[in-house]
Design a binder for this molecule. Structure first.
Ligand code: PMV
Length: 327
């Protein structure tokens, strides 16, 4: 195994932790079935503030301890002590937008609870965060939780180099490798249309169970593997044509949306390529701007009704914050 990054050190409550969101470049959905994915952590983050309390609560809501499945599962799996905790969150990651808001919440909270129980190494944090998110959602891959724990660009089941860690779930196995940041600027545009990741993942599973499913999955695999390698060698032209091909495949398995297609069309004059990112069926697109036309691209997407912004990779994954935060 190669260097997975610094562990989360032991710390005592009250404490604060953070985790970035993520942007999937290649391979969403197919990664659930073991195909490669390329993903990077983004410079929008979720912060959690954790302190002992008389009754458990999430953002001052005592019912959330039972009703929010991410919160309830995080406490069940990472807080054996069971004493009540008050948790408050602050997030700049749009929710249900395909940008990893639930993974960031889970990883930040699990990092905080790991710190409060003697510290936690990064591979264990990634595996535990995946189990919590997967348990709460019922379906999914470790792509999102891995990205927000690892930071920077990561390839799941793709590329070469020594794995940072592996995550297993029954017969499935995902190997995580570091990919060097090519230094590119990406633009994301949120359609404003919320959707359920779990429903989209199940619909794609049903689609891939049809007779042409194996052929489609093989093509997803080929495109994402070539995409990981194109980004690693900083080849924008190949990356752009593979992004376009990945979008065709996502459209074919039914997770595009008329609003996403409009945004992709609006991006075209100022983008080398654009595709949906995350679960689709709403949510966001990611575009690779023509160099020098980043602002024009943001303007075009905004005019088409998207919430558009530049994203930069966040080199650091989940970690503790120095200040204990609000009481
Ligand atoms: O849209 P998000 O942020 O929930 O991303 C989902 C990514 C999928 O590949 C569709 C599911 C997964 O668990 O990998």
């Amino acid at each position: 195994m190669s260097d997975p990054g610094p562990p989360i050190p032991a710390a005592s409550l009250p404490l604060a932790a953070r985790a970035p969101g993520k942007c999937i470049v290649f391979g969403e959905h197919a990664v659930v079935h073991g195909a490669p994915e390329l993903v990077f952590a983004i410079d929008l983050e979720t912060q959690v503030f954790v302190r002992p309390a008389e009754t458990a609560s999430l953002n001052h809501d005592p019912a959330a301890a039972a009703s929010n499945p991410y919160f309830a599962r995080a406490l069940a799996s990472a807080w054996a002590d069971g004493s009540p905790l008050a948790v408050q969150t602050v997030s700049r990651i749009p929710r249900a937008a395909g940008l990893g808001s639930s993974a960031a919440f889970v990883a930040a909270l699990t990092a905080a609870l790991g710190a409060a129980t003697g510290g936690i190494d990064r591979p264990t944090l990634a595996r535990r965060s995946f189990e919590i998110e997967r348990g709460a959602q019922g379906v999914g891959s470790p792509g999102d939780t891995t990205a927000v724990v690892g930071g920077g660009y990561l390839a799941i089941n793709g590329g070469d180099g020594v794995p940072l860690w592996t995550v297993e779930d029954g017969p499935r196995r995902w190997e995580v490798r570091r990919v060097e940041d090519p230094g590119w600027i990406w633009v994301v545009a949120h359609s404003g249309i919320p959707r359920s990741t779990a429903d989209a993942v199940r619909a794609v599973g049903t689609r891939l169970a049809r007779p042409d499913g194996p052929r489609l999955l093989e093509e997803f695999r080929r495109v994402a593997e070539a995409g990981v390698r194109a980004v690693a060698r900083e080849d924008r032209a190949d990356t752009a044509s593979l992004l376009a091909r990945n979008q065709e495949l996502l459209r074919e398995v039914g997770v595009s949306h008329p609003r996403l297609e409009e945004l992709i069309r609006a991006a075209a004059p100022a983008a080398e390529a654009a595709k949906l990112t995350g679960a689709g069926a709403g949510g966001s697109i990611v575009a690779l701007p023509v160099p020098g036309q980043e602002t024009d691209l943001v303007r075009r997407l905004a005019r088409a009704g998207g919430l558009a912004f530049v994203v930069r990779p966040a080199p650091e994954g989940a970690g503790l914050l120095a200040a204990p935060g609000p009481r």
